[in-house]
Every structure is written in structure tokens, then in C-alpha cells.
Design a binder for this molecule. Structure first.
Ligand SMILES: Cc1ncc(COP(=O)(O)O)c(C=O)c1O
Length: 330
């Protein structure tokens, strides 16, 4: 088979609309009718929904039924044009975002941090998804360790099963990500193997609750102990499990502790757009206290366009998404 035929065999299944719907490579001279465009998009949406509605897709699509999705879309429409960057023009966004963060923090037992240090108070920000939450937390640890510990060649230790967003952060921010293989028979990270890799450049540890490959929770209590012993940051990735595990507990399932009840946990990510059942485009990243969170922020007071400050990597952020995550309905 020629290279061209080979490529076609790989790529063609991802292009089912080729030849079926017209392709546009520049803005057309004459626009098309709105109904025609809507009908074409409806066909694509219907056919693509059928692929995951079969129930055979694990991950990526998370939904709580058609009625819930319709309600979220209705609410979204009210603020779909709003840019949260300019929060003085949309105080509702401030309210919604704060409430989503506060609800997520309470759900993950933020109150427990007071028992360890009464001055601590869990705080956070909303991001565009799990990856951005993780990336922001890793940048925070890099800047925190540079400023407060003088570490300039930072290393973070993670289970090999942790999400690739951690490696992405390592690439973006010049952090060496040290992978620890998981061990048989339980496929969770071995805390002793983690301990063996801690050195003077280590700034933080990572654990998952649960991880994407196996859905398993790492031995977080042991990692929490290591973080406390060595004065490290400890991020628990609850992007997938953050919005399910608390409810398993309420149902009486016997689970290991996975959140701020562990005294060494300094940050967590939990995705509203996964099992929080918001539409796509939001997540929450939480920190044990504001001293840590401030390393996430960016601001520049003397730009010629005026003072510019933003809490996450994104500049403009959708108001509709913030409202969507806050709207629980009945
Ligand atoms: C455990 C875990 N962490 C992080 C992520 C990244 O989330 P996102 O795809 O929203 O960036 C995922 C995505 O599935 C995940 O399962």
C-alpha cells in the first residue's frame, strides 16, 4: 500500500463529511440561508450524538439527561456574549464564580483545613477545564518554590498514571516531571518509590482521585504524610473523581480520604464539566490558602491599554459558562 493510500485509510474515518457537505476554505462571497446552515449542523449533531448515546463511550462525554442539557443551554443563552475578564461590567459573574468555587470547596471538606491551621481558608478559581486547572496549579508551585524556597530547577513527582496535563505543565513551565511507575497487583503508585525520588529540587507531589487510565485512587494518605514531612506542595487531581467520590461517601461506601481532610493536601482540581454535569468548558482549582493561590495570578499595572489582571491562563472568559456551572435547576 502506498503512503498516500495508507494515510487515507487512517485519516478518512475522521472526515465523514467530505463530499457530503460542501467545504469552505475562504469566506464565501454570498452567504447561505440560516435555516440551511442550521439544518446541516443539526444533522451532524444528531449523528454524532448517536455515537456516544449508545453508552459505549467511556470518558469525554458526561451528561445528566436531555432535560438538564436543555435547561443549561437556556441559562447559557442569557450570558453567552459576556466576557468575565471585564468583571466590573458583569457583577453576576463574580457572584456565580465565587459560589461555584465555594460549593466545590465545601464538597471537598475545605472546613477541615482550619483544624490544622486556623489561618488557612480554601480558595480557588474557575478555569476552562481539567488541564488548565492542573497547569495553573503546577505554575503556582513553580513560582511559590522559586520565591519562598529559592528553587530554580524544580521537580514534581507524579504517578505514571496521572493525566498528561501534568507533563504539559512541565513542558510549558520548565519543571522536571518525575514519573513513578504504578505497581502490580493494585496499579497504584508506591509511596516508597515516591519517597526515594524526593530531593532538594522537589517542589510538589501529585496523586489522583481517581486516575483516568484505571479510575483508581492513589495512596493519598501516604503521599500527604510525605508532603508534610518534606514541606512540599501536594496536588490531588480530582478532575474525574472530585464530583463523584463525595456522593459515594454519602451513599455509605467505604472510601479512603481523598480531599482537604488530608493535612498534606495543598491543592485540588475538580471538573464541573465532567461529573458536575455542566456543559463543556469549566473546572475548579482549589488551594489550601490564599498565600499559595496568589502565585497563580498574573497582573501588569502599567500596560498602555490600562491595568490588566487575569487569574488564569485565559484572557477573555465566557460568562455563559460560569452561569451554566452554577445553575443546578430542580
Ligand atoms: C483524571 C483526569 N485529570 C485531568 C483530566 C483533564 O481534563 P480536561 O480534558 O478537562 O482538560 C482528565 C480528563 O479526562 C482526567 O480524567
Amino acid at each position: 500500500m502506498s503512503d498516500q493510500e495508507n494515510n487515507r485509510e487512517v485519516v478518512d474515518p475522521f472526515k465523514p463529511y467530505k463530499g457530503r457537505f460542501k467545504s469552505y476554505h475562504s469566506i464565501p462571497k454570498k452567504g447561505r440561508g440560516k435555516d440551511e446552515i442550521f439544518n446541516e449542523l443539526s444533522t451532524m449533531a444528531r449523528e454524532e450524538n448517536a455515537m456516544w448515546e449508545s453508552g459505549q463511550v467511556s470518558g469525554t462525554f458526561y451528561h445528566a439527561g436531555e432535560a438538564h442539557r436543555e435547561y443549561l443551554n437556556k441559562v447559557f443563552a442569557l450570558f453567552s456574549h459576556v466576557n468575565t475578564l471585564q468583571f466590573d461590567l458583569c457583577p453576576s459573574m463574580f457572584k456565580m464564580e465565587s459560589e461555584v468555587i465555594s460549593m466545590t470547596a465545601k464538597m471537598l471538606h475545605a472546613d477541615a483545613v482550619k483544624q490544622v491551621n486556623p489561618a488557612d481558608e480554601v480558595c480557588g478559581t474557575m478555569t476552562s477545564g481539567g488541564s488548565e486547572s492542573i497547569i495553573m496549579a503546577m505554575k503556582t508551585y513553580r513560582d511559590w518554590a522559586r520565591e519562598e524556597k529559592g528553587i530554580h530547577e524544580p521537580e514534581i513527582i507524579m504517578p505514571h498514571t496521572a493525566h498528561p496535563a501534568f507533563d504539559k505543565a512541565g513542558t510549558y513551565f520548565g519543571i522536571k516531571m518525575v514519573h513513578i511507575p504504578v505497581t502490580e497487583p493494585d496499579y497504584r503508585v508506591d509511596p516508597e518509590a515516591v519517597a526515594a525520588r524526593i530531593n532538594a529540587n522537589t517542589i510538589a507531589l501529585v496523586g489522583s482521585a481517581g486516575n483516568y487510565p484505571y479510575g483508581l485512587i492513589d495512596p493519598l494518605d501516604k503521599l500527604s504524610g510525605l508532603a508534610l514531612e518534606h514541606g512540599l506542595g501536594f496536588h490531588v487531581d480530582g478532575c474525574l473523581g472530585g464530583f463523584i467520590l463525595p456522593w459515594f461517601e454519602k451513599l455509605g461506601r467505604d472510601l479512603p480520604l481523598f480531599d482537604f481532610r488530608l493535612p498534606g493536601v495543598t491543592s485540588m482540581s475538580a471538573d464541573t464539566h465532567k461529573y458536575g454535569f455542566a456543559l463543556k468548558g469549566t473546572s475548579v482549582v482549589l488551594y489550601r490558602n490564599n498565600n499559595l493561590r496568589r502565585y497563580q495570578y498574573f497582573n501588569t499595572p502599567d500596560w498602555s491599554g490600562g491595568m490588566y489582571a487575569s487569574p488564569t491562563a485565559a484572557g477573555s472568559r465566557s460568562g455563559g459558562l460560569r452561569l451554566r456551572a452554577a445553575a443546578r435547576g430542580d
